[in-house]
Design a protein around this ligand. Sequence first.
Ligand code: BV8
Ligand code: ZN
Length: 221
Amino acid sequence: MLTGAGISAESGVPTFRGRDGLSMWKGMPFEVLSSSRMVREDLDEVWAWFDFRRGHLAECKPNPGHIALAEWEAKFDEFTLVTQNIDGLHRVAGSFEPIELHGNIHRAYCVECGERHDISGVPHEPDICRSCGGRLRPDVVLFGEMLPTGEFERAESRARECDMFFVVGTSALVYPAAALPVIAKQSGAFLVEINPEQTELSRLCDLSLRGEAGEILPLIG
Ligand code: BV8
Ligand code: ZN
């Protein structure tokens, strides 16, 4: 499974590029706000953007789509959940150790020593690093940044081995995550897309289920 912002849409988490998308904030496109350059140039603004999103997320709960995937994990011997989402809702729904390619908005790390901190429940920029007093930044992969070492490689090897690959709620525009369904298909997997809209991937899919993840996933499992 590869999931994107669309699987959290029914939980009230705005997607990035859809109609209701959170593609702009304070007049800046999110690709600019969520970038390594912004962390270097204006970390205060990055925290304002992430604190705003964390505040909204505090009201969001997993939906039947997240819950169905947590149940699939228990049902199938071989099952891997890879997500581009940073909202942590797969974990709340009961998915065990999803591969979070883009990090997690409820964690931060120190810009000096790299120490990770859990910031769930901390509504604003957390205090200084408990180890070295350095400043923290969101533990999220921003545009122009490398993915967490080993995570993409783990996801890629599972994509090469799987019989079926589901791509749920993603516009498939962001790399290297968007390469995973292509790798799976090229390795012989049956590729299924679940998305109310057509995407870049649709023509490659063996099956495209046009609808909402929260409705379709509980019907399949
Ligand atoms: C990197 C965290 C290597 C931050 C995110 C030109 C060509 C190709 C690539 C590039 C390029 N220029 C730059 C790049 C690289 C860039 C990239 O891919 N850019 C794109 C925009 C072209 N990638 C990177 O920078 C990556 N790093 O390449 O490093 C490197 C590094 C240094 C030096 C050299 C090389 C890092 C990418 C990670 C960026 N971080 N998120 C944050 O959240 O603030 S990405 C961001 O987009 C989110 O994580 C999100 O998950 C992701 C993808 O978006 P989607 O999940 O697909 O969401 P979207 O809104 O787009 O679509 C929602 C879909 O759901 C829609 O299709 C909709 O129809 C559907 N939907 C709606 N409702 C439902 C639904 N589906 C089902 N049910 C519903 N109810
Ligand atoms: Zn530190």
